[in-house]
Design a protein around this ligand. Sequence first.
Ligand SMILES: Nc1ncnc2c1ncn2[C@@H]1O[C@H](COP(=O)(O)OP(=O)(O)OP(=O)(O)O)[C@@H](O)[C@H]1O
Length: 260
Amino acid sequence: MSEFQPMALHGKNLSLTRNRRKVLENIDCSFQAGELTAVIGPNGAGKSSLLSCLAGVLLPTAGSLALDDRTITGVSAAERARLIAYLPQQEMPAWSMAAQDLVALGLLPWGRSLDRSRRGARVAAALNQVDAFHFAARPVTQLSGGELRRVQLARLLVANTPVLIADEPGTALDIRHQLQLMQTFRQQADAGKTVILALHDLSLAARYCDRILLLQDGGLRAEGTAETVLTPQLVGAVYGIHSEFRWRNGRPEFIAGDLI
Ligand SMILES: Nc1ncnc2c1ncn2[C@@H]1O[C@H](COP(=O)(O)OP(=O)(O)OP(=O)(O)O)[C@@H](O)[C@H]1O
């Protein structure tokens, strides 16, 4: 396992039907290396469905996916696991392993190519990235919701994959750890990774992400920078709330207001 190869991910005309319900329709989306993208939208808009398709967990009913210029169907599952790391919205540990062992599961796609000491060093570094090193030896079934989430995030990060996909990664995290996590994702993107996050917190999306995809009813309603997507008009039309977007000390800021 060496330095990662930067990689773009492209979805073309993606549609998805789940249990006879059309949940995604004709979505075109591209995610470049070095870019941190937020996928936003109200409950049920299709964010998790889209991320699951991008991660290769759900097969789109129509459309195609490509990693750089290779269609995803030409990439073996084993190779895909070395290229894309994915954290679903909810995940309960199947059994009571130590936190560090759960993180080490993220290295499985490399098999025996990593020796024991390098494996241990990587796990420790990933746990440190999410401030979870001090409970590395604790059983995951005895952690708080936010502590468990941080361990799962360490598992996402440990493999150094070129593409990171995380569905509401900050769920259950306190505000400090949420900010720390967004800084980590920002650094990962700045290092050349392709980072895709489903987010409900629009102020975090505005502050940290290069680009925002706004989903509504399974379709792509808008796409662009925070300034072009998080307008009071669009946010009002999609979420039914008043809002403000402004620049403060050179940084984009989104402020949610009252219900319309
Ligand atoms: N297994 C399923 N079978 C049928 N419909 C489903 C299934 N899972 C999700 N859906 C439907 O698909 C649509 C999109 O769901 P999805 O979970 O992708 O939305 P989301 O934007 O991630 O929502 P949330 O913000 O609530 O997590 C919703 O209408 C949902 O009811």
